[in-house]
Design a protein around this ligand. Structure first.
Ligand code: 6R9
Length: 661
């Protein structure tokens, strides 16, 4: 890795000092407090986490040992021997502590008039009922239950019902295909599938049950399928296997009384499949005590969620962000979590701000791709609504380029509200690197600093520590409670993916550098780094430069094979609405990147495109872009997770028009 060019790539110099907490209630009120907590957690991690676990979680019986670990093996145990139940912590205890009639979940369906509010008491009742249904279907502690549902309250209810009886949920995002669902059910040998007749999305009704039917044909482990009636569609129900949610929850003998199962801290809470750089998706395993502690802890410190807040995380519960920051973290704290079924662009690009205004949302957590999409539509849409209730903004999923950050800060945050750019992964269970809202000076595009208790380091390929501003592998050197405990059914892959290359440390797969102030700058997945004439460059940084041009809405950059340079830069660029493609603009953009970053970053090819191949969670499928850039038009691998598979053909046509092959 060449250190110099990475240093020269860091152009961003703006800083934003923290505002003081208007309510003077912040958990980490200033930088001094952060430093003290960081030191404390570093010197005595067991003491620090034991304190947090006792404060945030109600335990049926105490643990024997706070932490036992060997990151070489790897084997990690937090709070082993301690007994607790996640659903008890998210529900029952709030019935006694004054929150019984508080809104736990405010659900806004895609149609404006579809709103449901579940108080903690109401949610408790529904969870107990559904837990009893699962039991009646023969589900026992340790059995797997696949949840293939849209963003409806039943999804949260089913998760908590599994947790209540000790069943392991495996949520499969409803945008996944039948084959993807089938693979995931097979890998975990799920006994029960919970699904819905359809998904409502951008005004359309998309049947879902047929996918589940198709998948279940090849899943002998499945005995039962429970179907939520979301859209009133006619669906074929298989006698003996399928039943309607609204019928089985009110069948004879199903009561709303269900004792929570005492679970060991290290019993599995859930499996969530995530894609690696190669091969089939991995079933990331999270356990009970450490995960819950970590989700609640980070929700409290990073989002500063307090009792009176309306907190909205716009992720889908099908991803880890929804698990930790729509359901488990907020509900463990007794907060009010807004769950939204719709999309940001329908019926208009102001839908999010309309929802913020309607419920007076205080804390708002979304993804950079959303920010860029809304930025592209222009600021007038945000001005249609009173969004002054917002006091804290968050970002997750990919590096947020400084231009998008500035837009978010200026137009959504009124130039004053803190933005927490949170770096973490499915595997980490919760946020590892992030600003703390009232303590950290912000730098647009930097996730800032590791949270207390997170020992993050940047190392070179040979394992030695990288210096300031030198890009390298982002590793975590000590265990934290939320970390994954395995790859389901595949201990070998668990070890080889995360703990082998740098023995004794967790390898995130991301590249990053730390600047002179100790701020972390995530450069993206290491496989997204381009090597031009031996110069290594983060695709994110080139994209960021492109997007900072006034004509550009979005950009994706990949490496393409080059006879002399090894690799050169290929940029896919989406222009803002109303801007025309032209050769002059192409030249202007190349010049722009040259002046923003330097000649080595000049794109060899710029292809204008209407859209980029994005997964439904908003991640750009770079693998596909790399192939097209290289002129390889087949063998794209699994593209079933693309939101709009048609984009691929458009890109191929565009490439051929541009380069003639
Ligand atoms: C939570 C989540 C994980 C990957 C991760 C990294 C990227 C996430 C980021 C970020 C820069 C941030 N990523 N947050 N990159 N800044 N704030 O997204 O989990 O779906 O497993 O993705 O996303 O590359 O390695 P997951």
């Amino acid at each position: 890795m060449s250190e110099l060019d990475i240093e020269s790539l860091s152009k961003e110099k703006r800083t934003f000092a923290p505002i003081s907490d208007p309510r003077a209630k912040a958990y980490v009120p200033d930088m001094e407090a952060y430093e003290a907590l960081y030191k404390r957690a570093d010197e005595d991690p067991e003491g620090f986490w034991a304190e947090r676990a006792k404060e945030l979680v109600t335990w049926f019986s105490p643990w024997e040992k706070t932490l036992e670990y060997d990151m070489h093996k790897p084997e990690i145990k937090w709070f082993a021997g301690g007994k607790l139940n996640v659903s008890y912590n998210c529900l029952d205890r709030h019935l006694e502590n004054g929150r019984r009639n508080k809104a736990a979940i405010i659900w806004q369906g895609e149609p404006e008039e579809d709103v449901k509010v579940y108080t903690y008491q109401m949610l408790h009742t529904e969870v107990c009922r559904f837990a009893n249904v699962l039991k009646a279907k023969g589900v026992k502690k340790g059995d797997r239950v696949a949840l293939y549902l849209p963003m409806i309250p039943e999804l949260a209810i089913a998760m908590l019902a599994c947790a209540r009886i000790g069943a392991i949920h495996s949520i499969v995002f409803a945008g996944f295909s039948a084959v993807s669902l089938q693979n995931r059910i097979q890998d975990s040998a799920a006994k029960v599938v919970v699904t819905a007749d359809a998904v409502l999305r951008a005004g359309r009704t998309i049947p879902l049950k047929p996918n589940a039917d198709e998948a279940m044909k090849k899943c002998p482990s499945v005995d039962h399928c429970i179907v939520v009636n979301r859209a009133g569609l006619e669906v074929p129900m298989q006698e003996g296997r399928d039943c309607w949610w609204h019928e089985c929850t009110h069948a004879d003998g199903i009561t709303d009384v269900c004792e929570p199962e005492p679970m060991d801290a290290e019993d599995i809470l859930f499996i969530l499949y995530t894609s690696g750089s190669t091969g089939k998706p991995k079933g990331v395993v999270h356990t009970t005590g450490g995960y819950l502690t970590y989700a609640a802890h980070t929700t409290q410190w990073v989002f500063d969620v307090t009792d009176n807040d309306v907190y909205w995380c716009t992720a889908d519960v099908g991803w880890i962000t929804g698990h930790s920051y729509i359901v488990y973290g907020p509900l463990c704290l007794g907060a009010t979590s807004l769950m939204f079924e719709g999309v940001p662009s329908w019926p208009g690009p102001d839908r999010f701000w309309q929802v913020v205004e309607k419920f007076k949302v205080n804390i708002f957590y979304t993804a950079p791709t959303v920010v860029r999409a809304l930025m592209r539509e222009g600021v007038d849409w945000t001005r249609k609504h009173d969004i002054s209730s917002l006091r804290l903004l968050g970002s997750v999923g990919e590096p947020i380029n400084p231009e998008a950050w500035m837009w978010y800060h200026t137009y959504i945050g009124a130039g004053t509200k803190p933005i927490v750019d949170t770096w973490w992964q499915t595997e980490t269970g919760g946020i590892l690197i992030s600003a703390l809202p009232y303590a950290t000076t912000l730098k647009p595009g930097s996730a800032t600093k590791p949270l207390p208790g997170v020992d993050a380091a940047i190392v070179r390929a040979d394992g030695s520590l990288a210096g300031p501003n030198e890009g390298g592998h982002l590793l975590i050197r000590k265990p934290w409670p939320g970390m994954l405990r395995g790859v389901y059914g595949n201990p070998e892959r668990y070890k080889s993916t995360y703990f082998q290359r740098f023995p004794g440390m967790y390898e995130s797969g991301d590249g990053a550098r730390v600047d002179d102030d100790g701020y972390f700058w995530i450069m993206g997945r290491l496989d997204d780094v381009i090597n031009v004439s031996g110069h290594r460059m983060g695709t994110a940084e080139v994209e960021s430069a492109l997007v900072s041009h006034e004509a550009v809405a979005e950009a994706a950059v990949v490496g393409m094979p080059h006879a002399i340079k090894g690799e050169s830069i290929y940029a896919y660029v989406t222009l803002k609405t109303g801007i025309d493609e032209s050769e002059d603009l192409r030249k202007a953009l190349r010049a722009w990147v040259r002046t923003e970053i330097g000649p080595i970053a000049t794109p060899e090819v710029i292809q204008f495109t209407e859209g980029l191949p994005k997964t439904r969670s908003g991640k750009i499928m770079r693998r596909v872009l790399r192939k097209i850039a290289a002129g390889v038009y087949d063998d794209f691998g699994d593209t079933s997770t693309l939101a709009d598979p048609g984009v691929v053909q458009d890109l191929i046509e565009g490439k051929k028009d541009l380069t003639g092959n």
